[in-house]
Design a protein around this ligand. Structure first.
Ligand SMILES: NC(=O)c1ccc[n+]([C@@H]2O[C@H](COP(=O)([O-])OP(=O)(O)OC[C@H]3O[C@@H](n4cnc5c(N)ncnc54)[C@H](OP(=O)(O)O)[C@@H]3O)[C@@H](O)[C@H]2O)c1
Length: 244
């Protein structure tokens, strides 16, 4: 690896598995000091040990928890260079059957989480640092049977643009919209019997799901030194899905 993030400090939410794990692993291999966070403590510690990074147990939708993390972080590390708002979850449901509880859960984790992390960490971020939000292609175009998830991811797209305008010239804010990526989130949907892997492969014109490392490669570009003029950008990494 080429040390593109040498000397940088990065936080990756939802770094215990899937896309977040790959981003944390790639950033670590590029020289960054990385802190991953998620809720399940044993999975988090195991992932951190494998990657060789630090961890902090956190629910991103809990403002008290985020404030405690900032206190811990600023004492231990000082200033933050890269924040990746990746943590997210899906609870399928149509407009007719989505419960208020499922709505609140997905909006709170997927949309309020990135807001809280950015809002609360901002005073501890260096000029020239960057924030990356992970939305989804369903933040740009909807899919059936996932109203709250689609609404939350659409919110993340426009949150990214609004933050990029507010922070222009100081902190860059970008967003990746992946199509279907082969992670534990997808395994859960397959195991629940909602959908087959074959169908999920064929959602992309390329004919397969993405690999988490393919999202990590774009994350590295957007958070690294080669994207210094890139802000407010919403980048699809989607095997051609949104070209159709
Ligand atoms: N996989 C896909 O096809 C796909 C496509 C488009 C977009 N995305 C988005 O990409 C991101 C990562 O997805 P993934 O597929 O890698 O998911 P995943 O395999 O289910 O991993 C999700 C990660 O987020 C953490 N997390 C969930 N809720 C959290 C909370 N309240 N606070 C802190 N951490 C939390 C999980 O750990 P804990 O449960 O222990 O907290 C885990 O580390 C999500 O935002 C997802 O919406 C995924």
């Amino acid at each position: 690896m080429s040390g593109l993030l040498d000397g940088k400090i990065a936080i990756v939410t939802g770094g215990s598995k899937g896309i977040g794990y790959s981003i944390a692993e790639r950033f670590t291999n590029e020289g960054a000091k990385v802190i991953i966070c998620s809720r399940n403590k044993s999975e988090l510690s195991e992932a951190a040990a494998k990657i060789g990074c630090e961890s902090y147990q956190l629910d991103v939708s809990d403002s008290k928890g985020v404030k405690s993390m900032v206190e811990w972080f600023s004492k231990k590390h000082g200033q933050l260079d890269i924040l990746v708002n990746n943590a997210g979850l899906i609870r399928p449901g149509r407009i007719s059957d989505t419960t208020e509880e499922d709505w609140d859960l997905q909006i709170n984790v997927n949309l309020k989480g990135p807001f809280l992390m950015s809002n609360i960490f901002l005073p501890h971020m260096n000029e020239g640092s960057s924030i990356l939000n992970i939305s989804s292609t369903v933040g740009l175009r909807a899919m059936r049977g996932a109203v709250a998830y689609c609404a939350s991811k659409g919110g993340v797209v426009n949150l990214t643009k609004a933050m990029a305008l507010d922070l222009a010239g100081k902190i860059r804010v970008n967003c990746i919209c992946p199509a279907v990526v082969d992670t534990p989130m997808v395994d859960e949907r397959v195991q629940a019997g909602n959908i087959s892997r074959e169908l999920l492969d064929n959602v992309q014109p390329i004919g397969r799901m993405g690999k988490p490392e393919e999202i990590a490669a774009m994350a590295l570009h957007l958070c690294g030194p080669e994207a210094e003029w890139t802000t407010g950008s919403i980048i699809t990494v989607d095997g051609g899905q949104t070209a159709a």
